[in-house]
Every structure is written in C-alpha cells, then in structure tokens.
Design a protein around this ligand. Sequence first.
Ligand code: SAH
Length: 398
Amino acid sequence: MENTRQVILKPGREKSVLLHHPWIFSGAVATTSGDIAGGDTVRIISSRKEVLGLAAYSPASAIRARLWSWNEEEQIDRSFFVKRLQAAIERRKVSVPADETDACRLVYAESDGLPGLIIDRYGKYLVFQFLAAGAEAWRSDIVEIAMEITGCAGAYERSDVEVRQLEGLLPRTGVLAGDFPEGLVKIIENGLPFMVDIRQGQKTGFYIDQRRNRQRIRELAGGREVLNCFCYSGGFSIYAWAGRAANVLSIDSSGEAIALGKLNARLNNFNDSDDKWLEGDVFSLLRALRDQARTFDMVILDPPKFAPTAAQVERAARGYKDINLLAMKLLKPGGLLATFSCSGGISLELFHKIVAGSALDAGVDARVIEILTQGPDHPVALNFPEGAYLKGLICQIN
Ligand code: SAH
C-alpha cells in the first residue's frame, strides 16, 4: 500500500537531509499530508517534490521527524529492525572485545541508525530506553528481536528520562521480557566485578561509556593518593585501587551511590570504610579539603551533565571552572587531573578553554597529556556529530 503520509519541507531545508543528518526540525516543515499519528512512518519530501527518505513522525517534538532511511524503497517493518539491530550488535563484536566486558551499549540510537533507541547489555540482561515516538511505536517488535538475537534471559525498561517529555511520552519503567532479578546484577569489566542497580540506579545502571577511561586511570594510579569526585557506584575508585593506588578517597552526593560504591569495594576486596567514601557535595568538600591543606597525586572529576541544553552552557562553564580550579589547588607537583564533561553543549575546544582558565586562576602550570572520549560502543556516526558528548582531559600539573 502506498504510504500517503508525508512531511513536505520548506524550500532550502532539504540540505541537512541530503547530508544524511537524521533530524527534521519543526521549523523546516512546510506542511504535512495524510492522517499522521506519533511514531508513524512518513515520507520526507523536498519543496521540489523529491522523496528524500523515510522518517518517524513526532508531532509533539521540536525534532518533528527522525529519519529511518534515505532510501525510499526501504520498507520500515519488522525485518528493517531485524537488519538494523543485527548490524549494531555485530559492530560491537569488533569494537568491544568479549574479554573486555560483559556490559556494553549494543544500540546507540541515531549513531546506529535507530533514532531514539538505546539498548545496553548487562551480562545476560538487556536494558532499553525508548526516547522518541518512532522507537516507541516499534517497542514490542524491538524488544522481541533484540531478545532473540542476543539470547538474553530478561529485559528491563528505563524510559524514565526527561527527553521523553519533549516527545510527549510519559516515563515508563518495568520488566519487558523474561525473568528479571529483583536485586542487583553483577557485571565484570576489565576483570573487575561490579554490582549494578538496573531498576533504581542512574542512567541504565552503570556509566559504561567511561569503561576505557577507567582502565586508563588504573594504569596511571599506581602509588598515588587519589581523589575521585562524583564517584557514583565507585567505577574510577575501584579501578584506581586495582591499579595499586596508595589511597583512594571517593565523594558523591547520593547516599545510594556511596552505599553501592562501598559494596563494590567489598566485592573487590578493597577498602570500604566510611573515611574513604564521603557522602556530600563536591563543591563544598573540595573547599573543605583545601582548608585542611590536604593534597593528592591524582584527582578525578566526572560530574553530571552541567549543561543538558545549549541554554545552560554559560552556567555550566562556571561550574566546570570552579571544580577544576579547586581540584588543581589540591594537586601536588607532578599530579594528574582527569577531568570530564558529558555535556553535549560543551565542545572539547570549549572544555579545554575552561580548564585552561581554571589553571590560570589556580596559578598552576599544566599540560594536557591525553584526550579521552566515550567508549567505542558509543560510536559517533559521521552524519551525526551530536552523538559525541563525553570528553576528558588528563592534565599533568607542574
Ligand atoms: N564517575 C562515575 C559516574 C559519575 S555520574 C562512574 O564512572 O561510574 C555523576 C555523579 O555525580 C552521580 O553519581 C551523582 O550522584 C553525583 N553528583 C551530582 N552532583 C553532585 C555534587 N554536587 N556533589 C557530589 N556528587 C554529585
């Protein structure tokens, strides 16, 4: 049956689609035709009536449509999702060696040609996020197909994220398929076991995007007094202990995170004592440590997104500047600062400038010795630079 559902673009607004950028903003749409509901597949038509591709329609969102395909002959049906999911999962076999981890992002939305869909694997369980109307419309097929391809034992949904609101979708969590444990799920990353709270934890349970950067910290931590700020469930802390750090002090404002961090420390036979795991605000604890004249050989700063949207960039920049300045003041000569930003709105270049400002104000001479990014299971499609969000600098202080 001919698909008469169409989105017709304004003159000149086809350019990004021709470059295979997957987003159509509401301002680019001249008109629509046919009876279109959220998540329906529509044909994208230029002002000159050329068919540019097939997309999922999101009536509530400023991103009015997301392209599934630039080939108008393609059928957006169950077999389309079989192909896309198989391809995404196949890619990880190359980018993430099996002995590296059993927790990995299998589908990274637009970057895997599946806009609005996240699938993370934690051992024998899958965790799903449906973040856009199109992915939502195909939810049950997607779950069935992914379970079949991976042979996983159970699946859980963590679509409790704010971006769903922008799509006019309500938050949703719960068991999606199979048997899903009530409690924590164990994973092994680079040989280190971690307990992950998929049901209640942050994101889908663990910051798997930082896996390779954690391994780098392990390699650099030997003999160092380490301060891990924004430690969540202890990722960087456990790796630093594993790398034979002299000592590791971990800070997070969430009591649940600290409890899980201590649990992970016990699981790895590392120190879980209260004086190594502080619940509190990093901004004030960094000042307190400075006032106590404490010093460290390595400080890790992995804060939450200070700039979820472009509008918050300026405030976010001040936040990054403050914590980096305070951290630099705590570092001994020769110390290392591993500093991250996961705000999509802050580019690597801007982040570099902010950290340079911190060094200037802290009165330290520092140089970048490494630039870090998100793991290869969070790939960045060349047609979708927005997929890059995590940036990190390892700076050496004189
Ligand atoms: N590095 C971690 C992930 C950090 S996520 C890992 O590899 O797993 C950011 C963390 O910062 C969250 O755990 C959150 O609870 C914590 N957080 C947010 N604001 C904070 C603040 N002002 N002070 C301390 N921790 C904070």
